[in-house]
Structure formats: C-alpha cells, structure tokens
Design a protein around this ligand. Structure first.
Ligand SMILES: Nc1ncnc2c1ncn2[C@@H]1O[C@H](COP(=O)(O)OP(=O)(O)O)[C@@H](O)[C@H]1O
Ligand SMILES: [Mg+2]
Ligand SMILES: [Zn+2]
Length: 544
C-alpha cells in the first residue's frame, strides 16, 4: 500500500550509528505499531509522533501502520528519532514524497504541538551520517550551527514539523516563534562546577572571541608562589598531573583556574572530539558551538558518582571526567572526595576513557584530561604553619593525607607544597610574575619540541611515554641522573619514581630549549616529583 524510509542516528557513547526508519501502511483496522526502540521510549515516542502529526495539520493515516527502526542490535535511547519516524509515516501516507525523504537523515524530538526540540549529540550524529555517505540532514533549528560544523553536509534547521512538511512539499514555509529561551540550567550540571572567576559554568572557552579585552584570569594576578607557578607550567608543557597541597588562601584555586589558559588551543581533531562530548552532554553554547579552548571542569567534592564519571537514563550523559577531555580536571579539596569517587578516576587516568555499564551493554566515553589536585594538609588547613595553631591530632593529619595516597597519587608526576602567600608577595615586592601569554608561549614551544621528538610514535606529550621506552630511546645526558640514582639506592625513590623523574626532566629540558635533560633539569624534576626543595631553582623565565 504505502511504504517509505528515512534515516536517523543512534548514539553509542559519543559515536553515532545511522539507523533506518521504515514505515509501512496496510489496509486494515487503524493501528500504530512501532518496533525497534526500548519499551518506555517507544510508547512515548509513538504518542508524541501521532500528536505532532495531527497538530501539524496532516491527517493521521487510518490504516494499519507499522514503523520499524533497524538495526535492532543498536541500543537506541532518547527522543531524537521522533522526526525521522514522523517523516517516514508521512511518506508512507504520501503526504510527502517518499522519494524526497529516503536519503534524508532526520534528528530531533517532537513536542505534542509539532515543535521540533533540540536533542543532545547533534555533532557526533551528523558526523556519523556524513561518514555513512549521507549529504542532507534535518535537525532542530537551535542545533543547526552545531550540525554545520560537519563539512560536506547540507543542513536544514526546522522549528516545527509543519516547517518540514512545507519544505518537503514545496509549500510556503510557515514562520514559527523562536523557541523558549534556554533558561533552566541542567539539574545534573548544578553543583558539578565550582564557579571560578570569570569562568561562568566553569568551562573555559572561546578566548579572543569577544575582542582583545582579556577575558580570562591572568597568571600575573598570582603573587609569589614561584614553585607552584613553575609546576603549573611544567604540567601544561608535558601533560603531567599535578598535586598542590598547602594552607587555604594561598592561591591554589587561583592557579588552577589559570591552567587552561596556558595550554595551547585545541587542534581541529581535538576540538571536534571535545565538542562531540559537550554536545552529548547538552552544554554547548548556542551561537558558538565549536569548542576550541581546552575545557576546565571542577567538580565539587560532593558531586555524585554519576556526575563525575557519567551515566543516566537514555543516552548516557558524560560526567566531569569526560567534560574535561583534552582539558583540565580540577579536584579542589581533593581529600574531601569520597574514596569511591577517587577510585573511579583510576580507569580514565590509565586508559583515557571511562566505561559506563548499561542494560544494553557498555558505553565508552573519552576522558583524557590533565588532572590537578589541590588539598589542605589537614582538616583545619593550618598544619605545618609556623605559629598558626593547628590542633588536629597527628593521627587525624595522617589519615587525612592518606586519603590521597596510593594508586591515584602514583599517577601524579608533580607535587608542590604551596606556602602561605606573604604580605610582601601581595604588595608586589618580588615583582609581578609573568603573565599568561608569556608562559603559554613557552608551553607551546616546549610541546612542539616534544612533538617533533615523538613524531612517528603514538605519543604527543612526555607524560604519555611509557617508562621503559623513555629509558631506552630517550636517555638523559651522561651522569645527569646521578642524584636520582643515589635517591633510588637510598630508598627515597622507587624505580617507577625514577622513570617519572626522567619524564618530568624531559619536559623541563623542553621548556629550557635543551636537546636532552642535564643534571639541572633532573634536579628540578626531582624537586617537582617529591615536593622536597633541594635548591634547584631555575631562573624565572625558564632560561638557563
Ligand atoms: N598568591 C596569591 N596572589 C594573589 N592573591 C591571592 C594569592 N593567594 C590567595 N590570594 C587571594 O585569596 C583568595 C583565595 O585564594 P584561593 O586561590 O582560593 O586560595 P586556596 O585555593 O589556596 O585556598 C584569592 O581570590 C585571592 O584574592
Ligand atoms: Mg581553594
Ligand atoms: Zn589542622
């Protein structure tokens, strides 16, 4: 009788899979059977599609209607199939030409009134459609800019099913009121971000988009803290995780908020990856969908496991570890996070992704981030401060510090004990520190040196190179490791620790523009690794 097909896209993690939607009309008692969606989604989608079609002024076919989504094996959550289902039904009923929709990919949720609502994950969905050879996509109007990031695909943004029908029947496209303003912050994101100075939701992005006025917190605002600033630069250059410990009010949070701005802008590939994750999370800002700055995500220590690692019904939402992908994950008051939360970080730290278990199988989300931990030395924060009266019992201090020990800190190459900021620092007696642009330049050059050395390897950053590879292929200058080897013999350093020192020494050498680490680079690395000052200070500015 009547048959039509259209396509849509299912999301598996942050990957899209093209799904075919077929509608078939047979004579018989009016009925609407929808197959190929999970039960709950299915019933809701069926009701929405029917109401939307009727409320768009099209007649609902009074016949036996069957719609199927295939392949059946692909898990299909969310409401993004509505538009394709409606199009296929209208095609089978010959309200629209079935030939006009057969090669269309349609993505969008329908309201009962026929409005087309935005869905999460447009970018990865359209990427998948393009990869599968489709050239025309229909998306909710609000998502059109995001869809247009994909080259070689023509994008039609629609506000309503009526508009789609008009386009497909060469009718006059009706005006529609713009959608409701994007008020209502996502409840899942509430409490996930620590609002930072000028960082809004805690996601840093879009430097320079608003003219030349500085729109980021600058490193030159941080008084004193030379060791921590140096460590921040080394962390950025080599991708080393960093742990800052010290009393409250010393500038740890200030430093953390400045880290994303000394990282280089994302490469095109990384930009698309990050944008895809943020798209699936539903947090892309409307007019400016492409994320080009490394993201910054600072979950509060009370954040739920789901908001940390991701999850939730339907299309799983990326958690903080994925929102920080290719950027910075800052765990402030790190010792206050639950043991379970800290433990959950191990998998992404090891593999660069998180695996979320679902009824329909597991979903992998990217989660490769630079981790920055900050913690007070004890619950009151005044431990080890001269004359500051910490009354925490020694056992409490030990237990507090032990929370951050073991496997997690083992992944952290850099540790710095931040001293309280002094009055003379604050008054600028020591001179103003370097600004973000200067440090960012050095970081960029150091990364370029490392990348050139690591060309033809799977690694880009020193922190990614496995220890044995580093030792055999990129040794330090002769004798440069003498001090570290003595530390190893005295039990002050483990063999694994020695690898880490060499790795950090390479980054220090890259920052100084050296061909390989010398004794000074190794001494700086040892300091940064153990947090124990040995007087191996470099002149400010990284020169030698
Ligand atoms: N090193 C510093 N230089 C300039 N201001 C500082 C410094 N340390 C702290 N401050 C001031 O104190 C406030 C709190 O600092 P913060 O970074 O939150 O400290 P922490 O995270 O170590 O507790 C900052 O907003 C800033 O006004
Ligand atoms: Mg703080
Ligand atoms: Zn204390």
């Amino acid at each position: 009788m009547g048959f039509a097909r259209a396509c849509s896209v299912a999301l598996v993690g942050v990957d899209g899979v093209v799904v075919e939607v077929q509608a078939d009309l047979e004579p018989g008692v009016a009925a609407f059977t929808l197959v190929g969606l999970p039960d709950k989604t299915l019933v809701e989608s069926r009701d929405r599609v029917r109401a939307a079609v009727v409320n768009s002024g099209a007649a609902w076919p009074q016949k036996k209607l069957t719609v199927g989504l295939s392949p059946a094996s692909v898990p299909k959550g969310g409401a993004g199939f509505d538009l394709a289902v409606a199009a296929a039904v209208l095609g089978a009923a010959e309200v629209v030409d079935p030939g006009a929709i057969a090669d269309l990919v349609l993505i969008g949720e329908l309201g009962l009134d026929g409005r087309v609502r935005p869905v999460r994950g447009i970018l990865p969905a359209v990427l998948a459609a393009a990869e599968a050879g489709y050239r025309q996509v229909v998306v909710p109007q609000q998502c059109a800019a995001e869809a247009a990031l994909v080259p070689d695909v023509s994008v039609l943004g629609v506000r309503s099913l009526r508009q789609l029908i008009a386009v497909l029947t060469d009718g006059v496209v009706p005006e529609e009121e713009p959608p409701d303003p994007p008020g209502r912050p996502d409840p899942m994101l509430a409490g996930l971000f620590v609002p930072g100075a000028g960082l809004g939701t805690g996601l840093a992005r879009g430097a320079g988009s608003g003219g030349e006025a500085p729109d980021h917190p600058d490193l030159s605002d941080v008084a004193g803290q030379h060791a921590a600033r140096r460590a921040l630069e080394v962390a950025a250059a080599g991708g080393h995780h960093l742990f800052l410990s010290g009393p409250p009010g010393a500038g740890k949070t200030m430093l953390a908020e400045r880290l994303p701005w000394i990282l280089p802008p994302l490469t095109r590939q990384d930009s698309l990856e990050v944008t895809a994750v943020h798209s699936v999370a539903g947090i892309l800002p409307p007019g400016e969908p492409l994320v080009t700055k490394p993201p910054y995500c600072a979950p509060h220590h009370s954040a739920t496991m789901q908001s940390l690692v991701g999850g939730g019904a339907g299309v799983p939402r990326p958690g903080a570890v994925s929102l920080a992908h290719r950027g910075v994950l800052f765990l402030d008051e790190a010792a206050e996070f639950s043991a379970k939360a800290l433990d959950a970080l191990r998998q992404p730290l090891e593999s660069g992704h998180v695996v979320i278990a679902r009824a329909a199988g597991v979903v992998r989300l990217p989660a490769r981030f630079l981790m920055l931990l900050a913690a007070n030395p004890c619950p009151c924060g005044r431990h080890n401060l001269q004359g500051a009266g910490c009354e925490c019992p020694a056992s409490v201090v030990r237990r507090y510090q032990a929370r951050l020990s073991g496997p997690l800190l083992d992944r952290v190459d850099l540790r710095v004990e931040v001293e309280p900021v002094t009055r003379s620092d604050l008054l600028g007696r020591g001179g103003r520190g370097e600004d973000t642009a200067t440090v960012a330049d050095r970081v960029r050059e150091a990364r370029a040196r490392a990348a050139a050395r690591l060309a033809d390897t799977p690694w880009r950053l020193n922190s990614e190179v496995p220890g044995h590879e580093l030792r055999t292929r990129w040794p330090a200058a002769p004798g440069a490791l003498a001090q570290a080897e003595r530390d190893l013999e005295r039990g002050l350093l483990t063999a694994r620790g020695l690898d880490r020192v060499l790795r950090v020494a390479w980054t220090v050498a890259d920052l100084r523009g050296r061909d390989r680490p010398d004794a000074l680079d190794v001494a700086v690395a040892l300091e940064l690794r153990t947090g124990i000052a040995r007087g191996a200070t470099l002149p400010p500015g990284g020169g030698s």
